[in-house]
Write a protein that binds this ligand. Structure first.
Ligand SMILES: C[S@@+](CC[C@H](N)C(=O)[O-])C[C@H]1O[C@@H](n2cnc3c(N)ncnc32)[C@H](O)[C@@H]1O
Length: 188
């Protein structure tokens, strides 16, 4: 674990993966050894750091729409020369992308997850994985509809539908880490 990264996220008042999710990303990339990783929603680069540490030299393309966060991510991950941070909308980037990836990590706006996942599937190499964080929407996906605060209804519905879609179309695991992590393997 890298406590200083989580302290930075608090200092910059920026959301980041929780330590258990970070450690999962590091272990997973260590085991999988992806050669290329696309990250949608890198924030200040906490998750990027864990994946770069685990993968040991994967070519990583990390996107965010917030330039101030990207500046911090570039600083935090400066020791990983194969990591590139780009100011771009994740969906627009994937629509026009001609590269493919061994692993795609999605941690951006939850309501956009279904469309992000749709394009991520197209960019995934055979044998690759899509990993999504915060799939439990603060636990609301398990609540009765009447219990969900109004502002979370759209995202909660989208995430429930996406989990059902992923379960029906891939080999996948839903992991009870802090925010709820889904790992989907591309069917060959
Ligand atoms: C939960 S934070 C990411 C935290 C990051 N994974 C980490 O562990 O440090 C979500 C990030 O997604 C970015 N974001 C939201 N929608 C996006 C989009 N459509 N394209 C790119 N980035 C987006 C936000 O600016 C924010 O920094």
């Amino acid at each position: 674990m890298y406590p200083h990264l989580h302290e930075e996220a608090v200092t910059f008042q920026t959301p980041s993966v929780e330590p258990d999710v970070g450690e999962f990303l590091e272990t997973f990339t260590k085991a999988l050894r992806p050669k290329s990783i696309l990250e949608i929603g890198c924030g200040i680069g906490v998750s990027s750091y864990y994946m770069a540490s685990g993968s040991g030299g994967a070519k990583m393309t990390c996107l965010d729409r917030n330039e101030m966060r990207l500046e911090q991510a570039r600083r935090i991950c400066a020791k990983f020369p194969d990591t590139t941070f780009i100011n771009a909308d994740g969906v627009e980037f994937m629509k026009n992308c001609t590269e493919t990836y061994d692993m795609i990590f999605i941690d951006s706006m939850k309501r956009q997850y279904p469309i992000a996942y749709y394009y991520a599937e197209k960019l995934l190499n055979d044998g690759g994985f899509i990993v999504l964080d915060d799939m439990f929407m603060y636990g609301h996906i398990f609540d009765e509809d009447c219990e969900i605060p109004k502002r979370y209804i759209g995202a909660t519905t989208a995430l429930r539908e996406l989990i059902a879609h992923i379960k029906n179309t891939t080999v996948c695991s839903v992991l009870p880490l802090t925010g709820g992590v889904v790992v989907a393997a591309k069917r060959k």
